[in-house]
Every structure is written in C-alpha cells, then in structure tokens.
Design a protein around this ligand. Structure first.
Ligand code: SAJ
Length: 442
C-alpha cells in the first residue's frame, strides 16, 4: 500500500498543478461531472466534453443535469468548468480522462462503443506528452487491447507521445458519506511511469488514499471484482428469499440475526431486483472476457440469472395472492411505487421497476406508476393518487416517502394487496389491517 506523508503529498500536489494544469474530461455523467468540478476546485483548468448540447448549456449556466444530488448542484453552480461538445478542446489538455458509460446490450453483451469513441476523440486531438486515463468500468485487458491500439494509431508512441492509465470510478450516487473527493482509489498504468504520473495527478485532487497497482490489468480487475462481489452476495440472499418463502421463514430477520456476528459476515438484502449502471452490468464484462480466454465464470453467470429473475418472482407472487382473493391480474389496477433503481436518487438505469412494469403490462394489468424523481414517466402526480387508484401496490424502490407508508394509510385508500419489493414496510401491522402482504422472502 503506497502511503505518502503530508509534506510529500503537498509537494506532489503543488508539482502536479504547476506542471500539468489543464484537464479534459470526456463524459459528463454521474462519474465525469463530479470529477470535473473537483478538478476545477483543486485549481485545474477543466474542460468537460459531452455529446448533448442541452446538457452542456445547463452545466455552463451552472445547473447540474443530474437530479437529486444537492452537493453536485452546489458545485456546478460555481461554474468552475467549461463544458463543450467540441472534442477539439482535448488538444489543449495535459490530462484527458475518459468517463463514458460501459453498458451491456439487451443480450447482456458488453458494449465498448462509447469507450472506443472517446479514445478515438483523444487520439485525434492528442497533445504531446498527454496523460490519458480511463475511469469507465472495464474488464481486464480493455486498456491494452482496445484503447492503446486506438491511441497508437498514426504512429504515436506510448511513453513519448502519451501515457495511459486506468483509475476505476467509485462514485456512489446518493451516498452522504463517500464522495468523489474522499473515496480511496486504485490506479494502474501500462508502464510504471504511467502509473506514477496518474498517481501524482489523483493525489493532487483526492483526499482519499491512492493505491498504485502493479499493472493496468490489476486496476481494471479491482473494480470488476468489487461489483461482482456485491452481485453474488445479493444473489445469495435472493436465492435464500425464494427458499425461505417455501419454508415460511422471514429471511430479512434471519439476515439481521446473522449480522449480529461482528466478523466474517456482510449483510446484503433480497429485493425485487438489482439495478443501476454498475452491479448488474460489470460482471458481464469479466464473464465475456474470461470466455474469450477459455474460462467460464459459471458462478458469476448463475448469480446474474438469480438476480435477473427477481422482477418475475415479484409478479408471480402478486398473481398468486390475487388468485387467492379471486382476482385475475388481467384488468386489476396495480400501482408501482418507484422507478429509480435505488432509494432517494433519480436514476432509472437497469431499474428492476422497468422489468416489473413490462411484465405487469404483458399480463394486461392496468398499471399506474409514481416516482417523485420521475414526474414525466409517472402516470399520476402524487403518491396519494396512486394508492387511491390501486387494488394492489408493488413497492419497487425504497424512497423515503414510500417506506414511511403506514398500514392505516394503505387501508384508508382501499389497497387490498401490497408486494413489498424492498422488505421496507411493517408486515405485521399491514396484515392486522386486513391487507394481504408479501415481501421478498417474508
Ligand atoms: N441491492 C439489493 N440488495 C442489497 C444491495 C443492493 O438488492 O443488499 C440492489 C439495489 O436495490 C440496487 C442494486 O442492487 O437496485 C445496486 O445497488 P447498490 O447499492 O450497489 O448501488 P449502486 O449501483 O449505486 O452501486 C454503487 C457501486 N459503486 C461503484 O460502483 C463505485 C457499488 O460498488 C457500491 O457497493 C454501492 O454503490 C454501494 O455500496 O452503495
């Protein structure tokens, strides 16, 4: 673990700013925008390159395009960065950082299109001696097998014309404690010189520790295993939920019980599904790359299958309960609470809610949706309106106003069935109010 002393750190920070003071960040989303405002705050002249002119205009007028992040709103309002759609600005920068999405297609195949396009923009606008960093989450091998050949086109030489490193992003949307400034990071370069240059830059803007990895592949692999670790642990409790539903055991309470063990246990909780741009996506990058080298990640694939099965599990539970009360799903009004993939943020990417809604509609249910972060996509304007219209309600996102719902409020509005997709509501009180309750594993 590379630890530097405050005096050394300060001189590193000063030298980094003195020598290299212009940064271009390609991609101004959940990762790039917080990084850009941080670079500006630490004294770098910071350009942000985005595809969307509307987003560029918002940022240049001091308005963050990312909903629900007050701290980011405050920093963007300072107008410390210059956003543009013109990638030509990269040729002014000493450091070019790629922060574009790494999604999967509908068959869960990795899509490196955005990374290739960003690398091409850097290659076409390279400034001699530029430090190129990839922050996007990628599998081991992408920097050396995909990005490096693009940068080396036209005969450019690594170590002379440019340097290449990877510093995987660790943004955690909505986290009140960990943010782009204080989260520890890892960094790895194609050569030790690349690693060192990137480490000096990150130590000049971050308060958290920066660990230098022995290779760029190690840095790529670090992020992938972090998120695969989370995905398999969630799959573990989702499988337990299905099993305990049959055994009549409350899995939520059992996990709380196991969590009293102060070591060697890390609580994860079952839910209606795994969403977001990280956890349900990143394992596929390793699965696919390992397959090309002849290794089948059966365990990672199975975890993905289990987590992807949760939206259907939720709808099946609803069908069973409606059957019990003599109601087909077809024609029944079902209210879905929440579109976001996680509580109290406005992010819909890979959200299980979308799959639940699609399934409900495929059974010809009459579906209403409400999410305060997504008024455009909601079919009603208030929580009250959704509850009053719905015979059955699925709590899909643990937004604070949803988890505060009481049995009395549900009863007063005539809700007959509640599927608690986040195990967030008071099961006993709801049942005592005469409402059919089903959680995930409880
Ligand atoms: N989820 C569960 N059960 C759990 C935890 C999460 O079903 O016990 C579901 C959530 O409902 C959500 C999805 O998984 O749909 C992802 O949740 P998340 O809390 O992992 O949120 P993310 O996607 O914002 O993950 C980020 C990741 N951060 C980075 O990639 C830099 C992840 O590594 C973090 O562990 C996670 O935040 C976090 O801890 O909050």
């Amino acid at each position: 673990m590379k630890i530097t002393h405050p005096k050394v750190t300060m001189s590193i920070r000063k030298s980094a700013k003195k020598k290299k003071n212009i940064v271009a960040i390609i991609g101004l989303g959940y990762v790039g925008l917080p990084l850009a405002v941080l670079c500006a705050e630490k004294g770098y002249r910071t350009y942000g390159v985005a595809l969307d002119r509307k987003k560029v205009n918002m940022i240049n007028s001091g308005v963050s395009p990312i909903p629900g992040d007050q701290e980011l709103d405050r920093l963007v309002a300072k107008k410390g960065i210059i956003a543009t759609i013109d990638a030509g600005i990269i040729r002014k920068s000493d450091i070019a950082i790629i922060c574009v999405p790494t999604p999967v297609d509908k068959f869960y195949n990795p899509d490196l299109g955005p990374v290739k396009s960003a690398a091409t923009k850097v290659a076409k606008n390279m400034k001699r001696g530029q430090l190129v960093i990839v922050e996007s989450t990628i599998n081991p091998g992408v920097c050396e097998e995909v990005v490096l050949p693009i940068l080396e086109k036209d005969g450019k030489k690594l170590g002379k014309d440019f340097f290449l490193a990877h510093c995987p992003e660790r943004i955690n949307p909505g986290d009140p404690k960990w943010n782009v400034r204080n989260i520890p990071r890892v960094v790895g370069g194609v050569t030790p010189q690349c690693t060192k240059r990137a480490a000096i830059f990150y130590r000049s803007i971050l308060e958290g520790n920066v660990r230098e990895m022995k290779s760029i592949k190690e840095a790529e692999a670090t992020k992938i295993i972090e998120n695969s670790f989370r995905d398999i642990n969630i799959a573990f409790v989702n499988e337990l939920a299905k099993s305990f539903d049959k055994l009549g055991i409350d899995v939520h309470d059992v996990i709380k019980g196991a969590a009293t063990k102060p070591f060697a246990f890390m609580a994860h909780y079952p839910s209606c599904g795994v969403g977001g741009h990280c956890i349900p996506v990143d394992p596929y990058y390793l699965i696919e790359r390992a397959k090309q080298s002849g290794f089948d990640h059966r365990f990672l694939r199975l975890a993905r299958e289990i987590n992807n099965s949760m939206p259907a599990y939720v709808v099946n539970q609803l069908i069973r309960i409606l059957n019990d009360i003599g109601k087909p799903l077809k024609g029944t009004t079902v209210g879905v609470l929440g579109l976001s993939y996680k509580p109290n943020v406005g992010d819909i990417r890979e959200s299980p809610s979308l799959k639940i809604i699609e399934l409900l509609r495929s059974f010809s249910a009459n579906v209403h949706v409400y999410d305060p972060y997504f008024p455009q996509q909601s079919t009603v304007k208030t929580l009250d309106a959704l509850l009053s219209k719905s015979t059955a309600v699925i709590l899909a996102t643990g937004h604070k106003e949803f988890v505060a719902l009481t049995a009395g409020e549900l009863k007063r509005r005539g809700v007959k069935v509640i599927i608690d997709g986040q195990n967030a509501l008071d099961r006993e009180k709801i049942i005592r109010a005469g409402i059919r309750y089903k959680g995930i594993g409880r």
